[in-house]
Design a protein around this ligand. Structure first.
Ligand code: SF4
Length: 291
């Protein structure tokens, strides 16, 4: 791994009221993310933090006033890793995500972790002490070469193995198939790999905006030239036919396999083993308008 620019910073509180649709609180023990995903939506963070370095090349390690009363968060959803990965490789040494979990012990906060790492396995015992905890791994390919082109996170094989172990330990798991790359992400093949140890499958389409649109289009042109017309159709001419067809295909597939299928929903609870609930977060408003 190339060396990142690391510094320690002080913040007043590690708990931030969330503006995400899932509500509750966001917790980001780091600023920046060495996983450096090419499509990272969180890279907009740079603007608010004064960083001018390329996304993925810096990491601020937060220190904060300890949480005095964890019960303030009873029953509240706490999302760890909305604009960083709390289990990036530096967490092994700095243990800031673990610190948050320790400070929240005793509360009935609903912990939701989003990661691309297997390091979360270290904290299984802490997570099990919360009445509600969920760990989600983003997986948008089974092809390690494509994965290496897209991020510097854990291998897909190790994410899937971590999902299996966390599921077997009794913690709810999610396979977040995101972002779905048209013509590259094989949603059904991923579901087949994980169906026995995930409760939910979330689906989200690739959304190209800001600085990374050009980079991704350039990458597709070089690595997958046959797909470039499809990408131009979707991202330049804003056609939604690909997503509509994929949505119908997955809905049909879910029906055939007896997987419950939902749209823009966040159900709670565990699923029957081997029957994950599939939740689609595609652009429904846009698709409806288009129809
Ligand atoms: S792991 Fe998440 S936060 Fe980190 S670079 Fe990738 S998408 Fe961004």
């Amino acid at each position: 791994m190339e060396r990142e620019i690391i510094k320690e910073i002080n913040v007043n509180s590690i708990m931030t009221r969330s503006t995400l649709p899932v509500g509750g609180y966001s917790v980001n023990p780091y600023v920046g993310c060495p996983h450096a995903c090419r499509y990272c939506y969180a890279s907009f963070m740079k603007r608010f933090t004064g960083h001018t370095e390329p996304w993925g090349s810096f990491l601020d390690i937060k220190s904060w006033e300890p949480i005095k009363n964890p019960h303030l968060y009873d029953g509240k959803r706490v999302v760890i890793g909305s604009v960083t990965d709390g289990y990036n490789p530096y967490e092994k040494y700095f243990r800031r995500t673990r610190k948050v979990l320790e400070e929240l012990q005793g509360s009935s906060a609903e912990i939701m972790i989003c990661t691309k790492s297997d390091l979360v396995l270290r904290d299984i015992e802490l997570l099990k002490k919360f009445p509600k905890a969920t760990v989600s791994w983003s997986i948008n390919t089974l092809d390690e070469n494509f994965r290496t082109d897209m991020d510097k996170a854990s291998t897909i094989a190790s994410r899937i193995e971590a999902m299996r172990q966390v599921y077997e330990s009794g913690i709810r798991t999610v396979c977040f198939i995101s972002p779905i790359f048209p013509g590259i992400t094989d949603v059904k093949a991923i579901i087949e790999q994980v169906k026995d140890f995930c409760d939910l499958v979330w689906l989200e389409n690739l959304n190209l905006r800001g600085g990374f649109k050009h980079n991704i289009m350039e990458y597709i042109g070089k690595a997958y030239p046959a797909l470039l017309p499809l990408y131009e159709e979707i991202y330049d001419r804003k056609r939604t036919g690909y997503w509509q067809a994929l949505e119908q295909d997955i809905q049909q597939y879910a029906l055939q396999h007896g997987y419950p299928y939902r749209i823009n929903d966040l159900p709670y609870g565990r699923s029957e083993r081997g029957k994950p609930v599939i939740v689609n977060y595609f652009y429904h408003e846009k698709i409806r308008r288009h129809k």
